[in-house]
Design a protein around this ligand. Structure first.
Ligand SMILES: [Zn+2]
Length: 68
């Protein structure tokens, strides 16, 4: 029962490298600052692509209103 000694290892979301969850890994769960920035860039670009979809739904809504 010495679970306190068990090191927690996570995988870097960007490159899947093993990263020790501790003070030695300031960018955890990422292995490095570079991987952290790459992941944030992906998230930001996904966010930017979303505004296109609701516009199409709005157009369909308007058409529906005209038919009534
Ligand atoms: Zn990484």
């Amino acid at each position: 029962m010495d679970t306190q000694k068990t090191a927690t290892i996570v995988n870097c979301p960007t490159c899947k490298k093993s990263v020790a969850w501790g003070e030695q890994s300031p960018f955890r769960p990422f292995c490095s600052k570079r991987c952290q920035e790459v992941d944030f860039g992906d998230w930001a670009s996904e966010n930017f692509s979303i505004p296109g979809a609701p516009a199409i739904l709005d157009a369909l809504d308007d058409e529906d209103i005209i038919q009534h």
